[in-house]
Design a protein around this ligand. Structure first.
Ligand code: S3P
Length: 176
């Protein structure tokens, strides 16, 4: 059986869209940490940020991730900052093949700013904030991932096919 696939990467890299396609193709259940958080807390991610701040959100995010340990047959799409908590990194790796979805900074910024739903970009100068966050996170995504897929020039179906091919190559690392 194909192991779980865990998608990490910056806001706007396509985790949810590609994750849903992977779910359709593999039959694995699609799970999105942000969706679970919104469902369980009953409020939006932006509301969580404005009431308990980023560190409060990270506590909820870590707890949500821990709830999923041991669950098999899933495609897990994660929030872009989930790798910031050091404790989350081995958990993500223990859960499945970790795929870093990436794209050029221009593409990521354009996609990430399309919806107003990213509280971290709700600042006077979102471009500078974006560049700082990206710079800080790239090395962490690289450290946690089994492999990286650059989606800059690819559509979601092409990315899905490349992810699946990569997962077949890395599949031996897991029993789940
Ligand atoms: C965040 C990314 C968001 C969401 C929250 C924080 C981040 O998820 O978890 O706004 O720190 O990069 P997406 O990556 O799905 O946008």
């Amino acid at each position: 059986m194909l192991p779980n696939i865990v998608l990490i990467g910056f806001m706007g890299c396509g985790k949810s869209s590609v994750g849903r396609r992977l779910s359709t193709v593999t039959g694995h259940r699609f799970v999105d940490t942000d969706e679970l958080i919104v469902h369980e807390q009953g409020v939006s991610i932006s509301e969580i940020f404005s009431t308990v701040g980023e560190s409060g959100f990270r506590d909820i995010e870590e707890a949500t991730l821990r709830e999923l340990v041991g669950v098999c047959g899933i495609i897990l799409s994660t929030g872009g900052g989930i790798v910031l908590r050091e404790a989350n990194r081995p958990i993500l790796r223990s859960m499945g093949i970790v795929v870093w979805l990436d794209a050029s900074p221009e593409t990521l910024f354009e996609r990430a700013s399309r919806t107003g739903k990213r509280p971290l970009l709700h600042v006077d100068d979102p471009r500078t904030r974006f560049e700082g966050l990206l710079e800080n996170r790239r090395a962490i995504y690289e450290e946690v991932a089994d492999f990286r897929v650059d989606s800059t020039t690819l559509d979601h179906d092409e990315v899905t096919a490349i992810v699946l091919e990569g997962c077949r190559r890395h599949g031996k690392r897991f029993v789940c």
